[in-house]
Design a protein around this ligand. Structure first.
Ligand code: 5CA
Length: 440
């Protein structure tokens, strides 16, 4: 992408209506614009990052055996009357009437809808277990939408739902998602600690929140530093390996980690003092096992092996896809701006010419830009006739992992500068070496 042809509006001043750093940076670097309280337009830069995050979530769900589908954002109230949540959900639910005066709502989550889909189409134990998911916009009329996309009213969520024949099966599905989440967040360059959680309006008694540590987080968290050294990805562990998954779960639940909602002073006191870590965190995912709560209420039953009727055990598993954009920035930035982990960066490389009127610089930049594009390296080329310093500040703000800085003085000796946004290290390299490094 050429910056001269892009839509990348950058703000010089720090917006006064934003309280936390990720919200400020998302506005300044032109990722989002607020359209109404808690409702945002995703500008091209933000949209690219959102899609990268979404794609990692998708790939890890697929790898874990979940099946993707898409349910609508608007749901009939009827479904929610069946589960009893229509009244229980309260004013957080956005209720709508259509032209025929039918009661509808903008979905805050989809347990009811998927249970109904299963009830209509799944009749036999042979069709279980299954985990289905979608990545779809949700609406919750939060009392206090704040911190930008962190607590929005409209937000993008990955929600998965598992259906099993019994509790043992459901636990396996739960452990599968636990591992999938650890792998998902690790790939995004962040550490999200699984913490025992209260299950709230979703229901059930087995529940974990995944918390990214950041001083601006909404919950207070307490955890054993063992989590910092844990093997998060368990590369060799297959999802079919029930013993391995059980061992992972035992390690997670045997290591203390809790939010203020579930914190237990007595157990905390048993963690040795040098391993106690306390801070604040952002919830980027939440998983629940709730047994037959919805299948019972909504009459989902399948025939078992012997012709008996079985009520499936269910779980649901959410990832805050749009919240993650903010959470990653909270975890990865400096005074100059965002520092994207490479896996979610909007572009991998930014090319800057220090003198927009120098023909040799333009020629070198154009050549490199064409080569990087041909090699499939996502590149943003600042080809505007602006001051070099302003261009560099813009690149730092947008946080692309690599900058190639081209100026007449370096070119005279055959080199350009390759700068790592994260370490700040600058190297003088030939254009060929830069290409080799960026395509390695
Ligand atoms: N049905 C379950 C699991 S699919 C569910 O809805 N869980 S949840 O309420 O915990 O939401 C899942 C994730 O969505 C949360 O962990 C959080 O990361 C994200 N989320 C929830 N509310 C908001 C919000 N108002 N703004 C942005 N993200 C949110």
């Amino acid at each position: 992408m050429r910056l001269s042809q892009a839509f990348l509006p950058v703000l010089k001043e720090s917006p006064s209506d934003a309280q936390i750093v990720s919200h400020k940076l998302m506005l300044r670097a032109g990722l989002i614009r607020q359209m109404a309280a808690g409702i945002y337009a995703w500008l091209p830069l933000g949209w690219r990052v959102l899609r990268k995050i979404e794609q990692i979530v998708r790939e890890e769900q697929d790898r874990a055996g979940s099946i993707e589908m898409l349910m609508p954002t608007i749901q009939p109230a009827e479904l929610w009357r069946e589960s009893g949540r229509y009244d229980a959900y309260g004013p957080e639910m956005l209720r709508i009437r259509d032209r025929h005066d039918r009661e509808m709502l903008y979905g805050p989550t989809n347990e009811e809808m998927l249970t109904a889909l299963f009830r209509d189409d799944v009749k036999s134990y042979r069709d279980l277990p299954r985990t289905l998911y979608h990545i779809q916009w949700k609406f919750r009329d939060e009392v206090r939408p704040r911190f930008g996309v962190m607590r929005g009213r409209e937000f993008l969520m990955k929600d998965a739902y598992s259906f099993d024949l019994d509790e043992a099966g459901a636990r396996h599905s739960y452990y599968t998602q636990l591992l999938a989440y650890l792998r998902t967040f690790k790939r995004m360059g962040i550490k999200a600690v699984p913490m025992k959680a209260a299950s709230g309006p979703i229901g059930g008694d087995l529940s974990h929140e995944f918390i990214v540590l950041a001083p601006t987080g909404e919950s207070e968290v307490f955890y054993d530093s063992h989590f910092e050294d844990m093997d998060w990805e368990r590369e060799g562990l297959a999802y079919g390996d029930a013993t391995g998954l059980q061992a992972l779960f035992d390690e997670v639940s045997g290591t203390y980690a809790a939010t203020d909602e579930t914190h237990d002073e007595a157990r905390w006191a048993e963690v040795s003092a040098d391993r106690r870590r306390q801070g604040r965190g952002i919830e980027v995912g939440h998983i629940f096992y709730f047994g037959t709560k919805y299948s019972d209420a909504m009459g989902l039953r399948v025939s078992g092996r012997g012709g008996d009727m079985i009520t499936p055990h269910m779980g649901s598993y959410g990832v805050g896809v749009s919240r993650l954009v903010g959470a990653i920035i909270e975890a990865s930035h400096d005074e100059a701006g965002i520092i994207w982990p490479e896996a979610v960066a909007p572009w991998k490389v930014g090319i800057v010419t220090m003198r927009g009127d120098d023909q040799a610089s333009i020629q070198a930049a154009e050549g490199l830009y064409a080569q990087l594009n041909a090699a499939g390296v996502e590149t943003l080329y600042d080809d505007r006739d602006e001051r070099g310093g302003a261009k560099l500040a813009g690149m730092d703000l947008m946080g692309l992992p690599w900058q190639v800085i081209i100026g007449p003085r370096g070119l005279a000796t055959g080199v350009v500068e390759l700068k790592s946004r994260r370490t700040g290290v600058r190297e003088q390299l030939s254009l060929e070496s830069v290409m080799a490094r960026l395509t390695a």
